[in-house]
Ligand binder design. Structure first.
Ligand SMILES: *Cc1c(COP(=O)(O)O)cnc(C)c1O
Length: 403
């Protein structure tokens, strides 16, 4: 944990008027990380940010100068990006797109629509005609293969609602070719088969499989292939195992034999988690501690309504303890030493748990638990208003300052 974060928490804790509870996003950290990622990005390769990982406006703004564009999966997300930039490239995806969404996406001049079904393709054709607009699409394909890595979240290579089944490609291409208006054009393919893959070598192999498949379809259907979107899914480890090794991945990719085959084709990546997870912190104060039967519990001002990731994934969210000296009462401050503690939230449900059996050498009421790796899929996936507690504050580290 870096010094600017600890000093930020100290400053904020000294000024607090209510028990401490905040998300802190390290925008400096995000920018440094992405800048470093771009240094080993092979030529012809373009980085997009899938904003569903964290749609915070300040994060979108912080990423804007460093990446090529954004991937969005709803009109809300699309407008969040457009509020920051009128012209940055946007990829519009997601299953179950409605006509109003597709129409607005076309009017907002998204770069590519990821088409997820044959019906969706037909509806886009009608809308393109109505608006008399050219629409560039990538067909999202769910491959019929067992060769994809298996992770906690898998969308491809298995039955899933995402993308067109590989066996539907021919029909989709025929529909586009037979359309006399030629407004909808297939520019390539999109694959996003899994999330949170920590194996760089397997990921590089998967991308090579995508390339092989796309080239096969290009030959078979005589397509003008311009883009291959290999999705996101670079993993972050929530335990002691290492996270995805970007250096290894990009060097394997760079050294692979795909490049002579895909001359003139742009390779896209659209990660969410890997760009932001490590730079978000959910810091929340211990309100009470107790022993119940043979176990110890620390109850924090907050919980899964602010950070649902650990309960959703069934993992222990990693944390650090910030020891606070302030104690406003004359009676003794509750404290435990050398124990295993369950860190739970303020909600009236046993499911409100953030960490089970965490060993701590000392823990007191008033200390602050700083949950790490809380920059992606934490606040945004949570049920914020269940039980009606106040939302956390949001602070940002930018230019070395916290605000
Ligand atoms: C969620 C999603 C992403 C981002 O996935 P990460 O695992 O966060 O990198 C990218 N593309 C699509 C289509 C998605 O649904």
């Amino acid at each position: 944990m870096n010094d600017s974060l600890l000093s930020a928490i100290e400053t904020l804790n000294n000024k607090k008027t209510a028990p401490f509870c905040a998300y802190i996003y390290d925008l400096d950290g995000i920018q440094a990380h992405v800048r470093q990622m771009c240094q080993t990005l092979p030529k012809q390769t373009y980085l997009f940010y899938a904003i569903k990982a964290n749609p915070d406006q300040r994060i979108i703004k912080a990423l804007l100068p460093f990446i090529h564009g954004f991937e969005v999966a709803s009109i809300g997300e699309l407008l969040s990006v457009r509020a920051v930039s009128k012209q940055v490239p946007i990829l519009f995806g997601g299953p179950g797109k409605k006509d109003v969404e597709l129409e607005l996406a076309i009017r907002q001049k998204v770069s590519y629509i990821h088409v997820e079904s044959v019906l969706e393709l037909q509806r886009i054709q009608i809308l393109a005609q109505k608006l008399n607009e050219k629409v560039n699409i990538l067909l999202r394909i769910n491959l019929r293969t067992n060769a994809l890595p298996k992770t906690k979240i898998t969308m491809g290579g298995i039955p899933s609602p995402f993308g067109l089944d590989e066996s539907d490609i021919q029909r989709a291409i025929a529909i586009v070719k037979e359309d006399p208006h030629h407004l909808v054009q297939i520019k390539g393919f999109h694959f996003h088969s899994l999330s949170n893959n920590v194996h760089a070598a397997m990921h590089a192999e998967m991308v090579q499989l995508y390339v092989q498949k796309a080239l096969e379809w290009q030959r078979l259907y005589n397509l003008d292939l311009q883009v291959l979107n290999a999705g996101g899914g670079f993993g972050v480890s929530y335990n002691k195992a290492p996270s995805f090794d970007w250096q290894q991945f990009t060097s394997l990719l760079q050294g692979s034999n795909i490049w002579q085959d895909i001359k003139g084709i742009q390779l896209f990546f659209e990660p969410g988690r890997y760009l932001v997870a490590d730079y978000g912190f959910y810091a929340t104060e211990i309100i009470d501690i107790k022993k119940s039967h043979q176990q110890h519990f620390a109850i924090v001002r907050g919980g899964t309504h602010h950070n649902r990731l650990p309960s959703s994934w069934g993992h222990n969210q990693p944390f650090q303890l910030y020891t606070s000296d302030t104690w406003p009462y004359t009676f003794q401050r509750p404290n435990f030493q050398n124990i295993k503690v369950n860190i739970v939230g303020e909600l009236c449900t046993p499911k409100d748990r953030l960490h089970t059996d965490a060993y701590v050498s000392a823990i007191s009421v008033g200390d602050i638990i700083i949950f790490e790796k809380s920059g992606a899929y934490c606040w945004t996936i949570s049920h914020h208003d269940f039980l009606g507690h106040p939302h956390p504050a949001f602070y940002y580290i930018e230019g070395g300052q916290v605000r």
